[in-house]
Ligand binder design. Sequence first.
Ligand SMILES: [Zn+2]
Length: 223
Amino acid sequence: MDTENLPPTFKGRQYEVRALGLRDFAGLRREDEPLEPFELAYFAKLLVINFDEIAGLSEETREHLLGVGVNDWSGGTSSRPLPNGWRLVILNPKHGKARNNATLMEEVCHVFLGHKANRLSIVAQNKQGKTVARDYNEADEEAAYAVGAAALVPFAGLRRLLKQNRTSIEMARHFNVSRELVEYRLKVCRLWAEYRQRHPEEDAARELRRRAFAAAKEVDSRQ
Ligand SMILES: [Zn+2]
């Protein structure tokens, strides 16, 4: 196997190979071409529907999902397929295209990786201590997210943009994903140290953001 275009870690390579398979399937030829997950969703028989098209939601539920609860969900797939075998996916309309792309890719990956959904969703605590519902076991959730992220931001393409001295914001715009996703990819691909070296001016800003976040969290916990 040609390992030149694969990330250095064992796990990273396993995810990358699957992600490259998906990019190939989507007809992408260049390593830095952006992926359109809506096309893959079609092959995965996932029908993405508009939040406004969901019938039967009470006004209260709708308000909760788009109001105070808007950060608690990113999207999901219906567990029961339609009579024609397709399944419905709903994406959080307040999250914007970049975050929706990552959410949809995760759902697409669950299908392509052959993950079996649990009949009852698993309820667990996430890293922030929030209760979250999962439709798959933890290992499958991790794999679907990681492969989806690698398909959207492949190692070789990411490295090419890095060598061109692009910032993570520019890379995010290029791949139609969030800056957070690009930075996550830089880290798991072990390109983060080089990125920081190339963009020393961002270190101070990052430190400020980190402190502001820690301070906000403290206020939050005192309430
Ligand atoms: Zn998932």
